[in-house]
Design a protein around this ligand. Sequence first.
Ligand code: ADP
Ligand code: ZN
Ligand code: ZN
Length: 732
Amino acid sequence: MSEPIEFLEAGALASVLTPDMPGRTLDYRVPEGGIRVGAFVSVPLGPRRVKGVIWGPGAGDYDPGKIREIGTVLDVPPMSGTMREFIIRVADYTMTPLTAILRLATRVPGLGDPPGKRRIVRLTDERPTRMTDARERVIAFLDEHEGMGFAPSELAGLVGVTSSVVKGLEAQGVLQSEAAPRDAPFPMLNPDLPSKDLSADQRHASTVLCDAVRSRTYGTTLLKGVTGSGKTEVYLEAAAECLRAGRQVLVLLPEIALTGEFMARVEARFGAAPAEWHSGVTQAGRRRAWTGIAEGRARLVVGARSALFLPFTDLGLIIVDEEHDSSYKQEEGVLYNARDMAVLRASLSGAQVVLASATPSLESWVNARAGKYARLDLTERFGAAVLPEMRAVDLRVDPLERDSWISDPLADAVRTRVAAGEQSLLFLNRRGYAPLTLCRACGHQIGCDDCDARMVEHRFLNRLMCHQCGATKPIPVECPACGSADHMAALGPGVERLAEEVERRFPEARMAVLSSDITMSARALKQRIEEIANGGADIVIGTQMVAKGHNFPLLTLVGVIDADLGLQGGELRAAERTFQLIRQVAGRAGRADKAGLAMVQSHQPQHPVIQAILGGDEEAFWQAEAAERQAAGAPPFGRMAGIIVSGPEERETFDLARALAARAGVLTQAGAQLFGPAPAPVARIRGRTRVRLLVKAPKGLPLQSVLARWVEGVVPRPNYRIAIDIDPQSFF
Ligand code: ADP
Ligand code: ZN
Ligand code: ZN
């Protein structure tokens, strides 16, 4: 979209937003020649120089005698008005300071540096023989910017030391110098290479999406299609149309689905590789992608959640694949849902959004039903591939043996597959060896010292681990409570324990475990998944990460070890999550020319959710879920915010929460309800107490402004925090 060029004349005041000064803008004097609003600049801040964005005319609230002049204008395209608007709207929606959102939007090393030639230094493991204050500051700064390299003069400037300090550290081997690679250009993508021959359903969906893209207006479409129905083929055609129109395309995937296989597919369609943005991309790669996107040279970007904050110049299409995936919700720092923010960004850019999923989120399903989103359905798998048969294994009829988690019918099915050279996937959404370590003499359960979570045994590590804070400790021989020796027992299964059973029962089979806590780089993990997809294992054991959009062509059997697991705990999204997860996992089976079978082990196969999973009457399931949420006034029919109050002392933390509760009148007068305070699901984490409040409001209420007024009246002491989570994913 074109926007009015805002320009500030020399000598005027400009407000600058910089991630280095949280929560507010700073006024500076505009230098000779004037400056564009949105320009990236370097400005003096105390003894340092920091980077920021010209946000608008100065606020004029600072002593005119102390106003300093803007330093240099960085050599990158100015931030567009649309992008500034997006940042403001996300900050408002998530109730987060603007600077925190700006940080998301400028997370790129060496912003504005000329490409190529520059020499950078990085921290090594060496430490100086004699530590000085200046040296310590340099090391601390680099520590904070984990692994990032800086030009020596830039580093000295940023830390506020002389360049001789940096030189000295280099001479001692504490810093090591290297040449930053020159940015390679982005290859042209060709949208007119031959596409696959689409089926009638696929062609219809593709035509509708392409028309929408050509309209250059905002719109969101839910593309619902069973796994393997060709959603990817269809949205790649919409991407092609967007490229033809000369606009940019963003494909968002859950981090784990960003596989080489997916990149290869995109490359095959367009004749060249797209830009990538995810945790596996190197610093140099990030810089290249960021600048390429800002200059409009990178036209197709495939990325994870945070790619939404890249500086697109003319975004015409955003695809959110596996839109129901809970990893789109960022749960730390800025609490945002990339799916919802994608819709916001598109509406500001006159762009189309495609939300693709086999099992959409209830929110999207309801939005489609209400006509806010368009909806396209692909009901059949492409070609010969048919949907897997779903079969329940009633564990009351086929009970498990002691310390065994695979029933006989499932074991038989696995054996048949192994003999036929086909793959089986055993799905258990529980990491580690055993979820519980307990003393058989006194019943004591080993918990984390810093959280109120139980410690999970990890045999690969030979330690107990807390899944909340990551703390580990050795597996005790004696009970820490009663002192009796050799009575500690592991209870229940995790994937590691399941792996033990598989080794015992299928010694001839090659086995692979895919669990998110297996310490592997994102890249190594992707490679491992590809090996498995190419036949590198007979039996795959996996947690929920295997549910996410990867093709396993040899896979013909999926065994769900414990379908009841997700239904415990009374969590409001439990049914939706279980339904999505198991349907997704089952969808991994029988993708190629062989029919698949999904066996679902359950103690309560008559449970409505399990029945919906087995019967596959998805619309009926969503209808029922929607009705239940509507009756409860829960999202998406009402609005919710979770408030987490945290601090080092339990008493004071509860006092702070009660101080908020005492002001509930502000909420109730506006028509909202307050629940709590109550201990958060994890009431203690990393030694901090966490207390939770829940605010429920009718749909039309301006929730954020009401919350702001409510929270305003309570000022936490240092080290105590009030964090607001709009649209929380979990409600307890
Ligand atoms: P989804 O994204 O819905 O899971 P995909 O787009 O990955 O489905 O399609 C599943 C498989 O079927 C892929 O290997 C894909 O290349 C293939 N496929 C889908 N549609 C076609 C088509 N029209 N022609 C050829 N192959 C297709
Ligand atoms: Zn004991
Ligand atoms: Zn812990």
